[in-house]
Write a protein that binds this ligand. Structure first.
Ligand code: SAH
Length: 343
């Protein structure tokens, strides 16, 4: 069987230069190709009109040139927009555009489904269908930029479907393309990768990039976290927090700790105490996320007044804490509600 072709939007400028050299095309064609691939709305190769036909033909021959498409777009009462990106094999992933004050944040998917199996997350019910290619991640960002037009996107968070660090190499490639001058030209400070806590990959991410890191904690005791987030059995809290203490993160930056508020499960006085104990060891800001329900889940969100009490308790210990206002719930676009039919 011939090897599957690489997605054309997974190529860095260096890869394109290697390719033009190998194919015997002039080197300046490489920048032209990168320009077409990354500096404009998604364009089919046939429409890259300043490239000669033989270059276009060769690109189509050597790479998977299928352009991802938006299949559905829904808009929430609060302005949040969710769209489905349809991939070459007809699988779909969800992306969410969240406008707030001067910002527009894009919530990006990194996998079709997810294997992490967190008890409180809708995507977990899908299981993992497959990893996204770097080019599919990049295409999602380009499609979102089009949707947001004429407003520019300001923040990019890998908090959509999937565990980004379980798709490490492709994630890194997509970040390279997103942040390159010849690519999408996004500052790494505007990008956040959120993880359940895959320790080896977190260390690599901190070493190899300067993107922001968010850790989904949601429990500060092993017995509870084992139940809510099975990954805790592999990387228990002592190891996870120990690794976070040693992460190579610039002094002015903090790790974001995400904590989903589950009524009667992880929101008691004892939970605050345990969370304070862990946070004291790190430079963090805690983001409390009201639980968003989805069909088949028995959890309920902690009521608003008790979320505020929880926040106050953290603040009283000098721990930076905010509450994430839920967005896009009416279109199932809020945190943990992403579960597109993926077949
Ligand atoms: N796999 C990565 C990124 C995707 S989830 C991670 O877990 O970090 C993005 C955030 O949504 C995580 O912090 C997760 O804990 C949170 N989340 C998951 N299910 C949720 C739900 N039902 N309600 C509110 N937040 C949820």
């Amino acid at each position: 069987m011939p090897a599957a072709k690489q997605n054309v939007r997974s190529l860095t400028l260096d890869h394109i230069k290697d390719w033009t050299a190998a194919r015997g095309f002039e080197e300046y064609r490489a920048s032209q190709i990168a320009g077409w691939l990354y500096n404009r709305p998604l364009t089919d190769i046939a429409e890259m009109h300043n490239l000669p036909a033989d270059v276009r033909g060769a690109l189509e021959e050597d790479f998977d040139a299928h352009s991802a498409k938006i299949s559905t777009l829904s808009t929430s009462e609060d302005g949040t927009r969710k769209f489905l990106t349809e991939l070459a094999d007809s699988k779909v992933v969800e992306s969410v555009l969240i406008p707030r004050e001067e910002r527009i944040t894009l919530c990006i998917s990194s996998q079709v489904g997810c294997a992490m199996d967190c008890d409180f997350c809708a995507t977990a019910t899908l299981g993992l269908a497959r990893n996204l290619e770097a080019g599919e991640i990049v295409s999602q960002v380009m499609l979102a930029r089009d949707v947001a037009q004429p407003e520019p996107l300001t923040n990019y968070v890998f908090m959509g479907m999937g565990e980004p660090l379980a798709n490490y190499d492709r994630l890194m490639r997509s970040i390279d393309i997103m942040t390159a001058r010849w690519g999408l030209g996004i500052s790494p400070r505007r990008i956040t990768v959120s993880t359940v806590g895959l320790v080896p990959q977190m260390k690599r991410l901190a070493r190899e990039t300067s993107v922001n890191i968010a850790l989904s904690l949601s429990a500060a005791r092993d017995d509870l976290r084992d139940r809510l987030m099975p990954i805790n059995k592999k990387y228990p809290l002592a190891e996870l927090i120990g690794a976070c203490e040693l992460l190579e993160i610039p002094k002015r930056k903090r790790i974001t700790i995400e904590y989903v508020m589950l009524d009667g499960v992880n929101d008691t006085a004892r939970d605050v105490e345990d969370l304070v104990g862990l946070c004291r060891r790190l430079r963090v800001k805690v983001n409390l996320i009201p639980f968003n329900s989805f069909p088949g889940s028995d959890f309920r969100s902690t009521p608003w007044d008790r979320i505020e009490e929880f926040q106050e308790a953290l603040l009283s210990h000098n721990i930076h804490a905010t509450v994430r206002k839920s967005r896009g719930q009416d279109i199932q676009a809020a945190c943990g509600q992403l579960a597109a039919a993926s077949t």
